[in-house]
Design a protein around this ligand. Structure first.
Ligand SMILES: Cc1cc2nc3c(=O)[nH]c(=O)nc-3n(C[C@H](O)[C@H](O)[C@H](O)COP(=O)(O)OP(=O)(O)OC[C@H]3O[C@@H](n4cnc5c(N)ncnc54)[C@H](O)[C@@H]3O)c2cc1C
Length: 487
């Protein structure tokens, strides 16, 4: 059945004789039960949450298929399996839980997918230094649960917490909903252990900071499986907060809310959650607030005295921009609903093309980027709704998260390409960065040259040096030609 399945983006496959030989040798390393060419395993690791993959799946095809899946248990096994693949020049795709949004796990050249979920141990919690060392395949929710049990939090709560891994977060530079206090994952990561394509294992030091040259392990952050496999990481942890305060406000205009946030970040406060919704999203998420004002929800946590002081500074800043208090119940509602994406599934089933596009803005262009992207997206025939909110805020700016919904009729893929072309053009013209946390994957590789300029050539040279046989996650991060998707 797998052979008969239509693949839309498969660029090539490895000679089956080589794959069979690799399977035999891999079985000696990880055990025969941890090597599979079974159709269910190939299908379940062949794609992620990229909407294009979902559209094709609904039509009975997949973007591409691996030829084999392996489940290593530890770093040593990853090293031996990778060295073997490198020797035979067999393509390798790392797979966490496949929650990526941009086709990052699509095995364009077939080969072997490394499903890392069996590498799922918390190796050590270091209470004195507030560090945890954890294997990369551990599920996000299980990771946080284990930390909570010991009296700590990892401070990282992506909406995909329950369907993503620690290694996926590090590979994509993920951001959690509490990032304004705890940081993005690259701020939380102290050091990484990883395996390079030739099987070399290296690990960074767990000291707070170094001035010993560029950090090789940090270089893997955001590399999306193109330079090697992250096998474990040492991350910061925090004692569970003593106090939490919730507060919601509304503003007449989005710009007023943005200015209030800029002011309290400038004053040095770091609330864990800061989310400012445009009027459409305010109406959708909090119907009792109506759809004419813009809601800001805040969650401040930590030591009780610090929380009180932060709340007081924030109150002054939001009042200075004409905020109306909306109590705290809307934040409770958000906390209850924050992992619920059922509306997206419902719209998909009704034939909608829905996607989210998160970009990184500075304060001077945070609002104009929203306006320009919204106008561009609404200009595409078939688009019904474009809304946005800001979250993950910094002293220097904020992430802008746009949601776009369209009913394009027949050619959904052409429509999808069109909305991304106009959105990325608008974002880059504003001087904003084209991704804040979803990453690049396969799809956003199309804009890497515009995003990085000569920097892309530097990345390509590094890729060539570390992965001369181009075995690692071919065609991602804009590092290799992707013939079929580019057309
Ligand atoms: C409903 C939903 C909500 C989301 N919310 C958020 C959010 O709030 N914040 C956010 O940042 N993202 C979010 N995402 C995107 C996604 O969850 C993240 O990108 C996540 O980090 C991916 O983790 P994963 O384990 O599923 O990785 P996968 O999708 O399996 O892989 C992602 C990429 O990393 C590579 N990779 C995976 N593991 C390793 C490893 N150990 N070593 C090297 N390369 C590896 C893969 O090859 C691939 O290129 C969301 C996605 C969905 C579907």
């Amino acid at each position: 059945m797998v052979d008969a399945l239509h693949t839309t983006l498969q660029e090539s496959k490895t000679d089956q004789v080589l794959i069979d030989r690799y399977a035999g040798e891999a079985a000696e390393i990880v055990g025969a039960e941890n090597v599979s060419a079974n159709q269910a395993d190939l299908l379940s690791t062949c794609r992620d949450y990229w909407p294009v993959g979902n559209i094709w799946r609904a039509e009975g095809s997949v973007p591409a298929l691996p030829q084999l899946v392996v489940w290593p248990h530890n770093t040593e096994e990853v090293s031996r399996l990778l060295a073997l693949a490198d020797r035979e020049k067999i393509p390798v795709t790392p797979f966490g839980e496949g929650s990526g949004a941009l086709g990052g796990v699509v095995p364009l050249r077939g080969g072997v997918t490394f499903d890392l979920k069996r590498m799922n141990k918390v190796r050590a919690i270091d209470e004195k230094n507030l560090l945890v060392t954890v294997e990369s395949g551990l599920n996000g929710a299980l990771y946080e649960e284990q930390l909570n049990h010991a009296g700590y939090t990892g401070g990282h709560f992506p909406q995909s917490l329950r369907c993503s891994t620690v290694g996926g977060w590090l590979s994509c530079r993920a951001a959690g909903q509490f990032s304004t206090r705890y940081g993005k994952i690259e701020d939380i990561a102290v050091s990484l252990e990883a395996v390079l394509p030739d099987g070399t294992i290296f690990s960074g030091r767990n000291v707070p900071r170094t001035a010993t040259g560029p950090r090789v392990d940090h270089f893997l952050l955001g590399s999306e499986g193109t330079l090697g496999i992250i096998t474990s990481a040492t991350l910061r942890i925090w004692p569970l907060p003593e106090k939490r305060r919730l507060a919601a406000y509304t503003f007449e205009r989005l710009e007023d809310g943005l200015e209030a946030i800029r002011l309290f970040m400038r004053a040095g406060t770091r609330p864990a959650v800061v989310r400012l919704y445009d009027s459409q999203e305010t109406g959708n998420h909090f119907p009792d607030l109506g759809d004419e004002r813009c809601a800001l929800i805040l969650l401040i946590e930590g030591a009780a005295k610090i929380v009180e002081a932060e709340a007081s500074v924030i109150e002054d800043c939001v009042q200075s921009r004409g905020a109306e208090s909306a109590g705290y119940k809307h934040v409770e509602h958000w906390l209850e609903k924050r992992f619920d994406i059922s509306v997206a599934s419902m719209l998909f089933q009704k034939g909608a093309v829905l996607d989210t596009i998160e970009v990184s803005t500075n304060w001077h262009n945070a609002h104009s980027t929203y306006r320009t992207m919204q106008e561009a997206l609404l200009g595409v025939e078939g688009t019904m709704l474009v809304s946005g909110h800001y979250s993950h805020v910094y002293p220097e700016g904020a992430a802008l998260y746009m949601t776009t919904v369209g009913f394009p009729g027949e050619d959904k893929i052409a429509y999808y390409k069109k909305i991304w072309q106009v959105a990325m053009k608008a974002c880059l013209a504003e001087g904003s960065a084209f991704s804040h946390h979803h990453g690049v994957g396969l799809h956003r590789g199309l804009w890497m040259a515009e995003e990085h300029g000569t920097g892309l050539d530097v990345l390509r040279r590094i890729k060539k040096a570390l992965d001369p046989h181009e075995i690692m996650n071919y065609g991602k991060l804009g590092l290799g030609e992707v013939q079929k998707w580019q057309k």
